[in-house]
Ligand binder design. Sequence first.
Ligand SMILES: C[S@@+](CC[C@H](N)C(=O)[O-])C[C@H]1O[C@@H](n2cnc3c(N)ncnc32)[C@H](O)[C@@H]1O
Length: 251
Amino acid sequence: MKKYFKAEPYLRRIGLLGKLFRFSIKTIKDGTPVYERSTLKYDGVFEELFSRRERGMEMSLTKDEAYTLYSGALAVRHLEGAMAEVGVYRGGSARFICEAKGDKDLYLFDTFEGMPESRISAAIDTWQGKTHATTSIGEVRSRFSGHKNIYLVKGIFPDSISGYPEFDFGNKRFCFVNLDVDLYQSTLDALEYFYPRMVLYGRIVSHNYNLSPIPGGDTPGVKAAFMKYFGGKSEAIIEIADTQCMVIKSQ
Ligand SMILES: C[S@@+](CC[C@H](N)C(=O)[O-])C[C@H]1O[C@@H](n2cnc3c(N)ncnc32)[C@H](O)[C@@H]1O
């Protein structure tokens, strides 16, 4: 019987040639070999999780940034303390923490009705383009309804805390906190609240610490708040991909 022509090995070879070609061009251009990202770092679980993100739901994170939240929460979930996010919007970033948190409590803080205008400082918060008003606490609650130990705190943080005595925030400690508030005052308030409450080796991550200074497109207030809070302290502010920074509680 006539053997079937099997195209697959040939196609694979062509694909490999294509990769080699791109790799060589990059090497010539950059002067050093640069590996393609898809061959590095992400595991199957994260890839699957990332591929399941809701199409059409606005999320400001890059893939690397989503991975930082996922891997960061995984790395510290054995520590004492709860997890939290300030700046939830529709829950895009919170989902990556949620999937990695195990049984931990995760507190999600937001106005759930848009950026608090009263927090925007004309001098430093140049990024005012988006109000993030297209969300609601009901939408976010239902998005996380299949998950245990998720608690939503609505209102302007940190004043919002006083509206939830049942959560006993006075006695809480935290092992992982993600900040994504874009504003100077909101970032500073969150650092002042959370950092003293972090357990040893707990992590605070912030989005938009490092954005290139495009007019109207940056959030210098975030970095300024970190500088203000950690200035004169020995903690290192670690810059990580792509716009995030991280501080690990070390003493
Ligand atoms: C960039 S969005 C968050 C995006 C979200 N992390 C995501 O992945 O889609 C910023 C959010 O921070 C919230 N925010 C800023 N300052 C706040 C404050 N002081 N209290 C509560 N929410 C605040 C806004 O309401 C807005 O929803």
